[in-house]
Design a protein around this ligand. Structure first.
Ligand SMILES: Nc1nc2c(c(=O)[nH]1)N[C@H]1C(S)=C(S)[C@@H](COP(=O)(O)O)O[C@H]1N2
Ligand SMILES: [Mo]
Length: 444
């Protein structure tokens, strides 16, 4: 039987005759402009499914992180005043398990970093659609494109602000919390719409077989009644990498990021391989205070004179205003608690053994012998952020919530908050105020 040859289309016949220089003049709106043999519905669907799971986790852990700040203890902790009903879900952050914030925020930041290659690959895989003409074929299509704008814009904004924040290199005007919080909701609007519109299709594409091995080729057999795969390049270049190979590369990129960033949630050798991020990779040296420091005493200009013999803790409440020297605090009943420091930046330490006075005992001295109220904590630090924090009654009540004077059997080091610091189970690091000067119990 003679081999059947496909008759080339008119445009193909024309472009064949044109010099290469002229065929290169195709615009991005022309499907033929996009020539990677890797693009295809299944490639996009696989990445989409990873993002569906990963971005959902990011959104949930992000909202939890905001709740963990006690933002409705106005006005001290509210990092996004004016959030209005977007704060509808806020709840009293629990004090157990004591590693709760270490887990939720470690996941939030680590998963965020690890998803970067997946997000970029997904955007790359659908970029021809960005240029497709006409811009809107119907009202439905126009709305779909609008939702993609919210989705892609929201996701890029969230990733960029988040990554800049953990790199301690914050270029944006305005508060990170406010921007990242509102950005999350804008992103969610696009995300939900996009998932509702695309998930059925992605599931169908993935059910119709595994990821095709090898490079180019239409997703569906030519004689299949199914819709053609419009992501497949009509005029692909020769494959240098299979689709599966491309997915493996994306996965390898994510794995590399995981290895070089996840270690900052642990102490010891793992922290040393967390080369990518600040607060990792650095060694803290030997000794009981040898664990990660956020801001040093020197960085906020706290001198030995501020924390020496003249230092007093002021405790305020219905019982009046009381003052204690460090020696007087050490003479009170001391309690120990093994608790980590877990920062919003995603890094954390393993449990450290803190020792000091229970916040509930100080509340009793302040005039709340039975049920401790909220407390407003102020540091002697005069410049920079995180000088004040409010703790909720459930946190004050927990027997592991301490005004710590010692850690791991030694006095606190100046960098870890000498002469006294707050430590609360499951709370974000930012609530663990260092260099404490005043505790005000009751009405904030
Ligand atoms: N006074 C004061 N307390 C503070 C901070 C600060 O900048 N100033 N930083 C907070 C943050 S964001 C964290 S993560 C922890 C870090 O504690 P560490 O430096 O002892 O590890 O301290 C918290 N307490
Ligand atoms: Mo922090």
């Amino acid at each position: 039987m003679p081999e059947r040859r496909r008759t080339p289309t008119l445009s193909a016949r024309l472009t064949d005759r044109l010099p290469a220089r002229l065929t290169a003049l195709r615009t991005p709106a022309d499907p033929g402009f996009w020539r990677s043999p890797v693009r295809g519905a299944r490639f996009t669907a696989v990445l989409g499914m990873v993002l569906l799971a990963g971005l959902t986790l990011l959104f949930v852990t992000g909202l939890l992180s905001y709740a963990a700040y006690n933002p409705d203890l106005d006005p001290v902790n509210d990092k996004t005043p004016g959030k209005g009903w977007l704060g509808f879900y806020l709840f009293a952050w629990p004090t157990g398990p004591h590693w709760l914030y270490r887990l939720t925020q470690g996941l939030h930041v680590t998963v965020g970093i690890v998803l970067v290659p997946v997000l970029l690959a997904k955007l790359w895989s659908v970029v021809p659609r960005l240029f497709a003409l006409p811009p809107a074929r119907s009202v439905g299509h126009a709305l779909e494109r609008l939702s993609v704008l919210l989705l892609v814009g929201g996701a890029l904004f969230q990733f960029i602000t988040g990554l800049l924040n953990i790199q301690l290199d914050y270029l944006f005007p305005g508060s990170f919390y406010t921007l990242h919080f509102y950005g999350a909701w804008v992103f969610l609007a696009g995300f939900i719409t996009h998932v509702a519109l695309k998930l059925p299709q992605a599931v169908r594409v993935l059910r119709s077989g595994g990821i095709p091995r090898g490079g180019p080729g239409p997703l569906v057999a030519p004689d299949s009644p199914a819709r053609p795969d419009t992501l497949v390049a009509p005029d692909p270049l020769p494959a240098t990498l299979s689709r599966r190979g491309a997915l493996v590369m994306v996965g390898a990129g994510s794995l590399l990021l995981l290895i070089t960033s996840a270690g900052r949630s642990f102490d010891g050798p793992l922290r040393r391989i967390a080369l990518l991020t600040p607060r990792g990779g650095t060694e803290q040296g030997p000794g009981p205070n040898a664990f990660q420091v956020n801001k040093t005493a020197a960085a906020v200009r706290i001198t030995p004179a501020d924390t020496g013999e003249r230092w007093r803790l002021t405790v305020r409440g219905p019982a009046g205003e009381l003052r204690f020297s460090r020696a007087e605090l050490l003479a009170m009943e001391q309690h120990t608690a093994a608790l980590p420091i877990a920062c919003v930046e995603g890094w954390s330490t393993s449990d450290q053994l803190w020792r000091g006075v229970r916040l509930s005992d100080l509340a009793a001295l302040a005039g709340y012998p039975d049920s401790p109220p909220d407390v407003f904590v102020e540091s002697l630090q005069r410049s920079g952020s995180f000088r004040k924090a409010a703790l909720r009654d459930n946190q004050v009540r927990d027997g592991r919530s301490l005004l710590a004077l010692e850690v791991n059997g030694a006095p606190l080091s100046p960098d870890h908050g000498y002469p006294a610091r707050i430590i609360v189970p499951a709370a974000p690091g930012v609530l663990n105020t260092k260099w404490v000067e005043t505790l005000t119990f009751g009405e904030l």
